[in-house]
Design a protein around this ligand. Structure first.
Ligand code: PMP
Length: 416
């Protein structure tokens, strides 16, 4: 391990101590220590989250919002307490601005359907970018088809940065929504979301930021960005799967109709007519993922305990270290070299297809993702069928990147 990596490990975080919080990381895979580098797909869980979820189910479980008995009142308090934690974590003004969903995919569908129904009409325009996850592409395509609106796409340059001059040209008084990610899952690019938002607001458009890849990797401040919506997925934030959500400005939420209807989202139901509850309840029909929300609250406590600024600094140092290693590997090129990047290295080798690459890495106990990462338009843009992606978290060590680089070298030689 180089001097730089020693200083990364030593100066910013005590990574060995942190790793003890994640039981799964101490196991071996195929006789080798597990090296988990698929954190952009999903993250592992600290023991505090695992125990919180277990204890809630074992001792405190009850339905929320309905009961008038102790268990239910207590569960409701915990559930709403978790909403407050999420709101604080994101920098929201009011806790009611956070709506829980099953994750980012459902969150974007909620906004596309509900906002679209209320505000998007024939001839209107929606803007996305060329480096979006399918979750932030398909719902807008469907909306445009349904409403007779037009989808416009911000191009991306060879390094993986959005071409801002082209973005400005796409904006017009017809623009209703600009929906872009904060961090691209396929390339790692951190987009200038504040500037994107300012420019969209200048033409009267609303802005949705897909925060699936940013929420657990940097300090969030939705009020500073001034976006109208910001989505997140719990399973990418060291929390259980099945929960996530979306922050939205209260004045926009208030004007939006429900997406899913049924119990818990109503003010009053008669057989003739239903009136709806205020947000966030209006958008949370049915029994929510109660245990998972409690787990999300515990994950946020855990992240706050380490500190989001420290996490960002550490992961940035890991990224720099890994990028240097990869630049030295012959026959491999990094796809996505934006100036501002999160801890994702997406790479391509002409000799080994990403699917062969990930099988090869798996033999060395290394978990990486190979594929189009649900970003086929991005792959098309860079002329590759797929990439191999190493995505890092604060529990990864520089030594693991050394092992990855060695394994990648072996793989490239093997297939050459
Ligand atoms: N957007 C981005 C940028 C993502 O990386 C992902 C997950 N890979 C999603 C949206 C969808 O998130 P989820 O599967 O948690 O709904």
């Amino acid at each position: 391990m180089s001097d730089t990596s020693v200083s990364i490990a030593g100066n910013i975080l005590d990574v060995e101590k942190i790793r003890k919080d994640f039981p799964i990381l101490s196991q071996s895979v195929r006789g080798k220590p597990l090296i988990y580098l698929d954190n952009a797909a999903t993250t592992q869980k600290p023991i505090s989250v695992i125990e919180r979820v277990h204890n809630f189910d074992a001792k405190e479980y009850g339905t929320v919002r309905r009961g008038t008995y102790k268990l239910s009142e207590q569960a409701t308090e915990l559930y709403e307490g978790a909403r407050q934690k999420v709101a604080d974590f994101m920098g929201a003004e009011k806790k009611g601005e956070v709506v829980f969903t099953s994750g980012t995919t459902q969150a974007i569908n909620l906004v596309a359907h509900s906002f679209g129904k209320r505000f998007v009409n024939e001839g209107d325009e929606i803007i996305i970018s060329n480096i979006e996850h399918h979750a932030n592409t398909v719902p807008w395509q469907v909306l445009c088809e349904e409403r007779g609106a037009r989808l416009k796409v911000i191009p991306v340059d060879d390094e993986g940065e959005l071409v801002m001059e082209e973005y400005e040209k796409l904006l017009s008084p017809k623009t209703r929504m600009v929906a872009v990610n904060h961090v691209s899952n396929a390339l790692g690019t951190i987009n200038p979301v504040k500037e994107i938002t300012q420019k969209a607001h200048a033409v009267g458009a609303r802005v949705l930021i897909d925060g699936a890849q940013s929420s657990a990797h940097m300090k969030l401040d939705v009020r500073d960005i001034d976006c109208d919506f910001y989505t997140f997925s719990g399973h990418k934030m060291y929390a259980p799967s099945g929960v996530g959500g979306v922050y939205g400005k209260m004045d926009v939420w208030e004007e939006m109709p429900p997406y899913v209807t049924g119990g818990d989202m109503i003010m009053q139901v008669t057989l003739e007519k239903t009136t709806y509850a205020k947000p966030p309840a209006r958008f949370e029909a049915g029994t929510p993922p109660i245990t998972q929300v409690i787990g999300l609250g515990a994950a946020i406590d855990y992240l706050n305990g380490i500190g989001m600024d420290k996490i960002a600094d550490y992961e940035n140092a890991l990224l720099e270290y890994g990028t240097r290693l990869f630049k030295e590997i012959e026959g491999v090129r990094i796809i996505g070299n934006a100036r501002s990047k999160a801890s994702i290295i997406s790479f391509f080798s002409d000799s080994a297809h990403p699917h062969d690459m990930v099988h090869f890495l798996d033999q060395d106990g290394i978990a990486c993702r190979g594929g189009h990462h649900c970003a086929q338009p991005t792959m098309i843009r860079y002329g590759v069928p797929a990439t191999t992606r190493a995505s890092m978290a604060f529990y990864n060590k520089p030594e693991e990147l050394d092992a990855l680089a060695e394994s990648v070298k072996k793989c490239v030689q093997f297939f050459s």
